[in-house]
Design a protein around this ligand. Structure first.
Ligand code: ADP
Ligand code: MG
Length: 293
């Protein structure tokens, strides 16, 4: 390989808004046949808004907002920001939370106003032996079938409501995924979110393969499994959660709009935070390599 051609490749990458860690990265893109896409913040904007509040029988929507809002205000998660902002705009200033804990990939817990509050996936509530009444199960299923994310809320040992947040697909994602397919790559959507939400987003952007309900620590295992099946894997992600998977992938691409940890773990940074840059990067690398030969 002539170093000059590789340097030309990386220079053109900078023009396209792609930061390449080193010339060796161009080599690893040649054989890539699978692209794993993190859902939240990569395929979708990651900016969620609160769109629905459902209270269990005998509960008030405002109480659900007050307690869940105060709890989520202590979390950095995009879902939490949507809940806290939505709650604040409806019920005003939120109380402080004590003994806050983030339960990775499942939700949050803490004490608000003397109440032990949980917000997150039904599995988090189940760990505390809190069951969802049928009305809340139906509300969650309806929201998830529509591609939204439903947060179950409980306090003092009983489920009290469901908060629904929605995250929009980036306007560029569908076309970019079609381009990745055009380059011969099979796209796979990877997410910690539930199966129904993931399938709905996948359908919207033209992805057939979905790996959902993956805990943050297990994302790396999904990449390893695909590699053990003989696939050569590119991974595109943005979150702290994605760092290990980005490092494991044959080619790790971080959204420039994402976290420093993800950028640090990756081979390529897509400055624009747009999936089209992933297609540009792979095309560029292949062109550069064919120039060398
Ligand atoms: P993703 O892989 O989509 O970026 P995460 O691994 O961060 O998702 O979270 C997985 C799931 O855990 C979320 O879809 C949500 O259902 C739940 N969850 C995580 N954090 C919170 C939170 N702060 N509040 C409510 N639910 C949460
Ligand atoms: Mg993410």
């Amino acid at each position: 390989a002539t170093p000059t051609a590789l340097l030309v490749g990386t220079g053109r990458g900078a023009q396209l808004g792609i930061i390449i860690k080193g010339p060796q990265v161009l080599e690893s893109t040649r054989r890539v046949d699978t692209v794993v896409l993190d859902k939240t913040g990569t395929v979708t904007t990651g900016t969620m808004t609160l769109v629905e509040v459902v209270a269990a029988d005998g509960e008030s929507e405002d109480d659900v907002l007050r307690l869940a809002g105060a709890l989520e205000d202590a979390s950095e998660h995009p879902i939490a920001k949507a809940v806290a902002d939505g709650a604040r705009s409806r019920v005003g200033a939120l109380r402080a939370v004590e003994d806050f804990r983030n339960v990775e990939g499942l939700g949050v817990q803490g004490v608000v106003d003397g109440h032990g509050v949980l917000a997150g996936r039904p599995r988090l509530l189940a760990e505390w032996s809190v069951a969802l009444p049928p009305s809340l199960v139906v509300a969650m299923e309806r929201a998830e079938a529509a591609g939204r994310t439903a947060v179950a809320v409980a306090w003092d040992g009983a489920a009290r409501g469901v908060l629904v947040v929605a995250d929009a697909v980036k306007p560029t994602s569908t076309a970019a995924i079609a381009r990745l397919r055009g380059l011969g790559l099979t796209p796979i959507l990877l997410t910690g979110d539930n199966e129904a939400t993931a399938r709905s987003v996948a359908r919207e952007v033209g992805i057939d393969e979905v790996v959902a309900e993956v805990l943050p620590a297990d994302k790396v295992d999904v990449v390893k499994r695909l590699q053990s099946e003989g696939r050569v894997v590119a991974m595109v992600g943005d979150g702290v959660n994605d760092a290990a998977a980005l490092a494991q992938a044959d080619l790790g691409l971080a959204m420039g709009t994402g976290t420093d940890v993800a950028i640090e773990a990756s081979d390529l940074t897509l400055v624009r935070g747009d999936l089209n840059a992933a297609a540009d990067a792979i095309r560029l690398a292949r062109r550069t390599l064919s120039t060398i030969k």
